[in-house]
Design a binder for this molecule. Sequence first.
Ligand SMILES: Nc1nc2c(ncn2[C@@H]2O[C@H](COP(=O)(O)OP(=O)(O)OP(=O)(O)O)[C@@H](O)[C@H]2O)c(=O)[nH]1
Ligand SMILES: [Mg+2]
Length: 408
Amino acid sequence: MSQSILPTIMSGNNRHIVLFGRTGSGKTSIFDQLVGEDRLEAEVKVGVSNAKFNPIVGRCRLGHAGEVTVIDTAGLDDVNELGSEQAQRTRNIIRRADIALYVINIQEFDRDARAALQRADAWMRRNMVPYLQVFNRCDEAYAGDIAKLKLEFPDAIFISTHTPGSVSLLRTRLSQMVRALAEKENPLVPEKLIQKGDYVLMLVPDSGLIHEYEIMMELMRRGARCVIINEDDLEVTLQEVPRIDLVVAYARSFGKVRDIVPEDIPLTSYSLLYGLQGGVLEDFIEGAHAIGTLTKDSHVLIAVGDRKSEIYKEIGRIKIPRAMRRLIGEELQIDYSFGLDLPENLNQYDMVIHDTDARMSVRSVRAHVAICKEAGVPIANYGTILASLAGILDRCKQALLPEEQESE
Ligand SMILES: Nc1nc2c(ncn2[C@@H]2O[C@H](COP(=O)(O)OP(=O)(O)OP(=O)(O)O)[C@@H](O)[C@H]2O)c(=O)[nH]1
Ligand SMILES: [Mg+2]
């Protein structure tokens, strides 16, 4: 599969379930049964039915949990396998998954396979991917062995693709897992940020609402009253409207807005709200603090999802580099990466700044945060960097993550 197909299959709002595991464990057999029964669309068969090098994608309906995307990957004998492009690609797919299935051939569950499972387990936890251990080929195993393993791995599922009905057990389990994900999801507007009847001032550009619309609708659903204005009208509106409980601005206008909006009115941005929803805002805030450690010899990477996006052209290309060089030194080296994958050589950077692209799924953003954490490189997004450059990072943090809430 060419790299360019990956973004297509890995974006979109469907939940993604990835099958991975050692060679011959039965991933493709499980994939065929999950997808085959209720196939809604033929998979992207680029390498023609060969998952050796190409992930294969299909869709499957999981009862109440709705439609999910299922991805079959090539055998990966050890999740920590280095050096191979295929292993790297598989890891990147797993990192973006909502749920991963680690498929184990129960017949070959020897010491070596156990050690591989432990490494996979540690890796999955580090990358924050919910996963399920699937012991396959149980038709060939002794009942006593299965019973022992069930005690040892109480959360695992034991199936066989050769036994009719076995995969429906897996479907049921997956459906539960998918529904549990939805329950854990953060709301787009945090519970305590606004109350019914609050007045929210929303700054929007002349070009009209696009992603702001989603936040506005969420505010309205929660009973807030939204006043939508152009940035130039901020000062006069603040005087005319008797009460404002929240201001949602563009992070790029923080520099202007911070002096106009009184300190006691919470101030935030669209990108900060999206970061909070994705569960990565705290990481981004921590990453943005690293600005204070940069010197003129530092090396910064701006990771951009879509090089054609207006936000990148305005913020990533011009505004942030200019402001950072003014602060740190003209010599500050800034590189760019494009697309869904971060470059391999992350270690050489002192900081990664993540593009705010609403088309990039929460899954991808989380994966990037996990990858940077693993590499020990601070990662921020446009919103937190712009807040930091405007000197209001703490103020923005206080609005969305007030101290007293953290201990709850
Ligand atoms: N007895 C038995 N054989 C199975 C079962 N599931 C899969 N197999 C067989 O195991 C072999 C490998 O299965 P695949 O589904 O291709 O395994 P895979 O994990 O996709 O293999 P790679 O893609 O090469 O890593 C095939 O011959 C399958 O027919 C099972 O539940 N019981
Ligand atoms: Mg296969």
